[in-house]
Design a binder for this molecule. Structure first.
Ligand code: ATP
Ligand code: MG
Length: 446
């Protein structure tokens, strides 16, 4: 993309309404525009990161064997009357009447609807296990929408639903989600710690939240420092291997890490003092196993191999896709702007032409642009007439992890400068070497 042809409406001033850094930078970098409290338009660069996050979620769900579907945002109230949640859910549910006076709602979550799909189509244990998921907009009429996309009213969520014959199978599905989520967040450059949680209105016995440590997080968290050092990395996972999957879950949930809802002071005190940490975290996902909570009242029943009819065992598993943009920025920024992790960056590198209009620098930039594109990388080329300082400031604000700077002096010796946004370190090299380096870096972030 050439900046002169892009739509990147950056703001010079700090927007007064933004209280936290991610909200401030998302507005300043022209990623989102608020349309009403907690409701946002996604401008091109914001949308690019959102799509990138969705893609990682899809890839990791596919790896775990889960199947995508898409349900509507609008739901009939009658489904929710079956589960009893139409009355229970309260003011967060946006209720709407259609022209025929039928009660509708904008879905805050989809347990009822997926249970309806299941009961209409599945009747035998032979069709299990089954995990269906979607990435779809949700609406929750939050009392206090704030912090930009972190607590919106309309927000994008990945919600997955598991269907199993037995509790044991259902718990395996739960564990499979935990492992898939661990890799999902790691690919986004995040450390998201699974913490035992209290079940909310969705209900359930087994539930963990995934928290990203950040001082602006809404949850208070208590943890053993060692938990932050755990990494799944690229180890091979066989999602059908129950022992392996359970082993990974144990590895990530044995070290103490809890939110204030489930915190146990006596257990916490057993951690050696120098490793005890109290901080704040952003909830970026949650997994639940709730058994027959919906299948029983809604009649989602399967026939077992012995001919018995039993309600299916269910769980639901969510990732806050749009909230993740805020969480990633909270975890990765400096006073100049965002620092995108390679896994989610909207463009893999920026190209800054220090002397636009100079035939040598112009053609060197064009050649770099073509070479990176040919390698499947997408550069953002600042081909505007702005002065160098302004170009650098903009690149720093939008946070591309790598920048190639092309100036007449370096070019005279066939050199460009490759700069790492995170460390600020620069290295001079030939344009070919810069391209090769970026190809190598991004090979580790498919
Ligand atoms: P919270 O406690 O933050 O209100 P929740 O526990 O009600 O969230 P879940 O039902 O677990 O949310 O939804 C799954 C994920 O969706 C959450 O982990 C969170 O990342 C995201 N999410 C929930 N509410 C919002 C919101 N208002 N804006 C953006 N993302 C949200
Ligand atoms: Mg939650």
């Amino acid at each position: 993309m050439r900046l002169s042809r892009y739509f990147l409406p950056v703001l010079k001033e700090n927007p007064a309404e933004a209280q936290i850094v991610s909200h401030r930078y998302m507005l300043r970098a022209g990623m989102i525009k608020q349309q009403a409290a907690g409701i946002y338009s996604w401008l091109p660069m914001g949308l690019k990161v959102l799509r990138r996050i969705e893609q990682i979620v899809h890839e990791e769900q596919a790896r775990a064997g889960h199947i995508p579907v898409l349900m509507p945002t609008m739901q009939p109230a009658d489904l929710w009357r079956e589960s009893g949640r139409y009355d229970d859910y309260g003011a967060e549910m946006l209720r709407i009447k259609d022209r025929h006076e039928r009660d509708m709602l904008f879905g805050p979550t989809n347990e009822e609807m997926i249970t309806d799909i299941f009961r209409a189509n599945v009747s035998s244990y032979k069709q299990l296990p089954l995990t269906l998921y979607q990435i779809q907009w949700k609406f929750r009429d939050e009392v206090r929408p704030r912090f930009g996309v972190m607590r919106g009213r309309e927000f994008l969520m990945k919600d997955g639903y598991t269907f199993d014959l037995t509790v044991e199978d259902g718990l395996h599905a739960y564990n499979r989600h935990m492992v898939a989520y661990l890799r999902t967040y790691e690919r986004m450059g995040l450390t998201a710690i699974p913490m035992r949680a209290d079940s909310g209105p969705i209900g359930g016995d087994d539930t963990h939240e995934f928290l990203v440590l950040a001082s602006t997080g809404e949850s208070e968290v208590f943890y053993d420092q060692q938990v932050t050092e755990l990494k799944l990395g690229d180890r091979a996972v066989d999602f059908d291997d129950r022992a392996q999957v359970k082993g990974i879950c144990d590895e990530f949930t044995t070290v103490y890490a809890r939110t204030d809802e489930t915190h146990d002071a006596a257990l916490f005190d057993q951690i050696p003092e120098e490793r005890r940490r109290v901080g704040r975290g952003i909830e970026v996902g949650q997994i639940f196993f709730f058994g027959t909570k919906y299948s029983e009242p809604m009649g989602a029943v399967v026939v077992t191999d012995k001919g018995e009819r039993v309600p299916v065992q269910m769980g639901s598993h969510g990732i806050g896709v749009s909230r993740l943009l805020g969480a990633i920025i909270e975890a990765s920024h400096d006073d100049k702007g965002i620092i995108w992790p390679e896994g989610v960056t909207p463009f893999q590198a920026g190209i800054v032409n220090l002397k636009q209009g100079d035939s040598a620098t112009d053609s060197a930039c064009e050649a770099l642009y073509a070479a990176l594109t040919a390698k499947g990388l997408e550069p953002l080329y600042d081909d505007t007439d702005e002065r160098a300082g302004a170009k650098f400031a903009k690149m720093d604000l939008i946070g591309l992890p790598w920048r190639i700077t092309v100036g007449p002096r370096g070019l005279a010796q066939n050199k460009v400068e490759l700069t790492c946004r995170r460390t600020g370190e620069s290295e001079e090299m030939s344009p070919e070497a810069a391209v090769a380096r970026l190809v190598e870096i991004y090979a580790a972030h498919p």
